[in-house]
Design a protein around this ligand. Structure first.
Ligand code: ADP
Ligand code: MG
Length: 140
């Protein structure tokens, strides 16, 4: 299995409830290494750009408002098969459909306030890591 990197975001609903450490513990217990991390407030422009793939969806406006409603923690995770592995640890988009023991099952509020983001493919992972960590040396 290839060692990969993926982009994670701990979303405002989770930072608001002081869940950064709890979520990081799920990540580390799954064998993923947090190799970069920063707590930031997204600008509207950044949130719109990051989620531009969803701009035609009915929930786009609300999603952008949510993502700028409070601080987020953006992270790079590294490990064997990290992209799929993190999607597994996160659980389904809607926590009502998420498996037991996943981050979203245990912490998410609803389909929008679902606590975490994870890249969905190698191309998007590379783009998303560059989006938040361009020019920063990441030591794996
Ligand atoms: P995922 O984050 O699991 O990859 P998507 O890429 O489909 O899910 O959606 C991006 C984000 O948009 C979700 O994590 C969630 O915060 C929000 N979202 C998705 N579907 C809905 C919906 N039906 N209503 C409100 N927000 C949604
Ligand atoms: Mg997605």
């Amino acid at each position: 299995m290839a060692v990969e990197r993926t982009l994670s975001i701990i979303k405002p609903d989770a930072t608001e409830r002081n869940l950064t450490g709890s979520i990081n513990s799920y990540i580390e217990k799954a064998g993923l290494r947090i190799i970069a991390q920063k707590r930031i407030r997204l600008t509207r422009k950044q949130a719109e750009s990051f989620y531009s793939v969803h701009k035609e969806r009915s929930f786009f406006g609300e999603l952008v408002e949510f993502m700028i409603s409070g601080p987020v923690v953006v992270q790079v995770l590294e490990g064997a098969n990290a992209i799929a592995k993190y999607r597994e640890v996160m659980g389904a988009t809607n926590p009502a459909n998420a498996d037991a023991g996943t981050i979203r099952k245990d912490f998410a509020v609803d389909v929008q306030n679902n606590s975490v983001h994870g890249s969905d493919a190698p191309e998007t992972a590379a783009q998303e890591i560059a989006f938040y960590f361009a020019g920063i040396e990441i030591v794996g």
